[in-house]
Design a protein around this ligand. Structure first.
Ligand code: HEM
Length: 492
């Protein structure tokens, strides 16, 4: 083939590419995109965005970008052109327009590891069906009757193993508590039993992969996690088959006290769908709550006046129970934990367990004069709003009392506490919002309250070694939050 012939063959595709690029460029030039920096080809600014930083700050990347470009800026993150929002109004707008203008869009690697039927990945009708199952299972009625007693039982199991003047990693203890609770609640697994411990071990490997770069190469945490995923799914499948066999394949005879039984009996989901649902609920319900409890332990060891007021509140509850001849906590006791709810709110605001959410625009969107093009990734950064001085006075100060006096609410913590689940206050969104608001938010708050109740009544504690919460961006204590505890002698 002559050079001329070769050139003539290549010419049409080159011209076509040139044309497409120009159309794209012209379209972009006519749009009013927010200011920002698209960074390096392919990787954009992802490395800077993901650089670890103190979890009680917004990190250097966000700080610099907000001061340079404002609270809404463009960037190139996770391989895609992206609009980043630290703006409370836009965050609310994004979350409330789920399915209309925006759609949940987690990186593909998350789907690979949590499964294609995981709630974090699903959109549309299938997401709605899975959500209904989760909400039914985590309903207030079940919280009162099934979960509260179980939460208290699992709390006491963990706390009773803490010896006076002993030192250990509080983060591991919090994980033990939330894992045992979820394993019991989802599949009726008992803590301490060999199968539960084996599942826990697999789960730790699995989690390391969820939060590591998605490199499916021999020896990488991601590859190991994919292997653990298969082992965990096999385990759940065996449990599922055992149930069906026991009940002679008749779903109406199944017990529905745990999620597995409930999903088998009340849903039309396929086996594969139930497996992913169970796995993703184990993930969603375990990691976030344990980090929140570890954060509360961390903030409280540095806030003696908060612990003092908490102790008074919980002593009052115990005194009243003793007079009534009761021992176990009930729903009325829980509702009396008003200052505790302020501490929970403040822990979630200051610690920011979930810092940002992954969305994409599914239509061209116009917001406050800016264009957000169809197909672009959109990141509502809820932590940036929680730490914004224009919304929270002295945001870098752990101050549970701020929740007693928030705008538009009465002076009681319990009314502001409701704001976490209703989005009535769009500046506080630890559980996200809109049609994908966390299905387990009420359970998470119950777990934290009951744990704090028994913790302050029975122990005082200090850091046994320096440690701090870091955002990777998932929140973690690098040393596991080492604490030394002293058991009180005057209480239960
Ligand atoms: C303090 C602890 C927790 C925090 C901070 C938290 C936070 C969140 C956030 C921000 C979302 C929204 C994700 C998105 O919109 O992309 C979410 C979703 C979800 N969470 Fe939680 N969560 C917590 C505890 C729990 C617990 C205990 C469960 C119970 C199993 C749970 C189950 C779920 C589920 C099923 C979803 C998906 C909801 C949907 O897509 O409709 N979470 N969570």
């Amino acid at each position: 083939m002559s050079d001329l012939e070769f050139f003539l063959i290549l010419l049409p595709p080159i011209l076509a590419l040139f044309f497409i690029f120009n159309v794209f460029k012209t379209k972009q030039n006519t749009l009013n995109l927010p200011p920002g920096n698209m960074g390096w080809p392919f990787i954009g600014e992802t490395i800077g965005y993901l650089k670890p930083y103190s979890a009680t700050t917004i990190g250097e990347f966000m700080e610099q970008h907000i001061s340079r470009f404002g609270k809404i800026y463009k960037s190139h993150l996770f391989g895609e052109p992206t609009i980043v929002s630290a703006d409370a109004g836009l965050n609310k707008f994004i979350l409330q327009n789920e399915g209309r203008l925006f759609e949940c869009s987690y990186p593909r690697s998350i789907g690979g590891i949590l499964g294609k039927w995981s709630m974090l990945v699903l959109v549309g009708d299938m997401h709605r069906d899975m959500r209904i199952i989760s909400l039914n299972f985590l309903s207030n009625a079940r919280l009162k009757t099934h979960l509260l007693p179980e939460v208290e039982k699992q709390t006491l199991l963990v706390l009773s193993s803490w010896e006076d003047n002993s030192a250990f990693c509080a983060q591991d203890e919090a994980k033990k508590f939330t894992f045992n609770l979820m394993a019991k609640h989802i599949m009726s697994l008992d803590p301490g039993k060999q199968e539960t411990e084996e599942l826990k071990k697999e789960y730790i490997t699995f989690m390391k992969g969820v939060v590591s770069p998605p490199l499916n190469l021999p020896g990488t945490p991601y590859r190991k996690a994919l292997k653990s995923r298969s082992t965990i799914l096999k385990f759940i499948e065996e449990k599922m088959e055992e149930r069906m066999e026991k009940m002679g394949e008749k779903t109406e005879n199944l017990e529905d006290d745990d999620l597995l039984g409930w999903a088998l009996k009340h849903s039309n989901l396929s086996k594969e769908q139930i497996l992913d649902l169970v796995l993703s609920l184990l993930f969603a319900g375990h990691e976030t709550s344990s980090v929140s409890i570890a954060l509360a332990i961390y903030f409280l060891q540095d806030s003696p006046n908060v612990v003092q007021q908490l102790t008074e509140e919980h002593m009052e509850i115990v005194k009243a129970k003793k007079q009534a001849g009761e021992t176990e906590l009930n729903w009325d006791d829980y509702k009396k934990m008003e200052f505790t709810q302020c501490v929970i709110n403040e822990t979630l605001r200051f610690g920011n367990v979930v810092r940002f959410l992954h969305r994409k625009a599914i239509k061209d969107v116009h917001y406050k004069g800016y264009d957000i093009p169809n197909g672009w990734k959109v990141l509502p950064v809820v932590s940036a709003v929680h730490l914004d001085p224009s919304h929270f006075d002295q945001p870098y100060h752990f101050d549970p009392w701020r929740w007693q006096n928030i705008r538009g609410s009465s002076s009681s913590c319990s009314s502001s506490w409701l704001a976490t689940s209703t989005m009535s206050n769009n500046t506080f969104m630890p559980f996200g919002g809109g049609p994908r608001l966390c299905a387990g938010s009420e359970l998470a708050k119950l777990e934290m309250a009951v744990f704090i109740h028994h913790l302050v009544l029975n122990f005082s504690w200090k850091l046994a070694d320096t440690d701090q919460a870091l955002a990777f961006p998932f929140v973690d204590f690098p040393k596991g939050l080492p604490i030394r505890v002293h058991r009180h002698t005057f209480i239960i």
